[in-house]
Design a protein around this ligand. Sequence first.
Ligand code: SAM
Ligand code: SF4
Length: 326
Amino acid sequence: MQDCQAREINYLRISVTDRCNLRCTYCMPPEGVRPLGHDQVLRNEEIIALVRAAAAVGIKKIRLTGGEPLVRRGITELVQELAAIPEIDDLALTTNGVLLPAFAAQLKEAGLQRVNISLDTLQSFRYTLITRLGKLEQALAGIEAALEYGFHPVKINTVAIRGFNDDEINDLVAMTLDKPLHLRFIELMPVGVADGWAKSRHLAVAEIREIIERQFGPLSPVHKPTGHGPARYYTIAGARGTVGFISPLSDHFCHQCNRLRLTADGRLRPCLYDTREIDLKTPLRRGAGPEELAALFRRAVLLKPAGHSFAAGWQDDRRVMSQIGG
Ligand code: SAM
Ligand code: SF4
């Protein structure tokens, strides 16, 4: 499916729940977000019907996210059914990793190919500070479980925050030396609860790269590990893993955006930073067939804006990041 900018749209990120077992400061308010009622959240069979319709118009890649996808009941069965859709050639999941030791084996068995795990610090006190509810050793055990069960590639998402983890950049990078981990630094985005303070804590990718090269020497560009995102990847001489950079602010990549987002309550969002959404749940629940659903996907693709404007600030007072699916 091509959009108005001739971009090929083949990737759907699905927020399978708005609930989470953590409360990261840049994602949610301390008290969390009032959760959707169970009836408002798409059921497994509804997600499958939507993915089939999306596949018919060219979606080939699926990422399950949230909220925390591993707190959703029936997540393994959902993975299993998605993995069986022939047009879907890539199925991935983004998690904070806390529940991964308990789920890794069954997710692998169900057909999940790869995982991204979020980790912003290697210091216990800081991990609890940023996630409000988490313990560092749980996230680290999640990373070990992902490696042990053979997910490939295992990517680590690190949000770079000035004054919080800028002094740990090289410690985090060192994880890629002896483990096949693909660490990606992501610029903090002024989305939802982070809108008011993201600018003052912004750490540009160019600065992160300089910090790394000062310690490890020049980074060499490498082919990206499997994935469809906007990261650029490099490696340190002799390392088993790679280091990537995602710079939505300092060098935005809208011209190569290939994605749509489906919220947990069944709304299709053409762009993270655009408040326009197309309701899929209502037509689905009144019996819309594959053709009608596919037409709604086409409509969403045509609504995709050429680019976002962080400069205008976060315009969506109804949603924070965990409700859209990061
Ligand atoms: N709970 C899962 C997790 O944390 O990996 C999946 C959902 S979370 C919303 C997905 C990703 O969005 C995480 O890597 C998180 O760090 C990132 N994220 C959330 N808010 C962000 C912000 N304001 N700027 C940049 N990244 C953000
Ligand atoms: Fe939960 Fe992920 Fe948001 Fe943290 S970033 S609060 S783990 S959804």
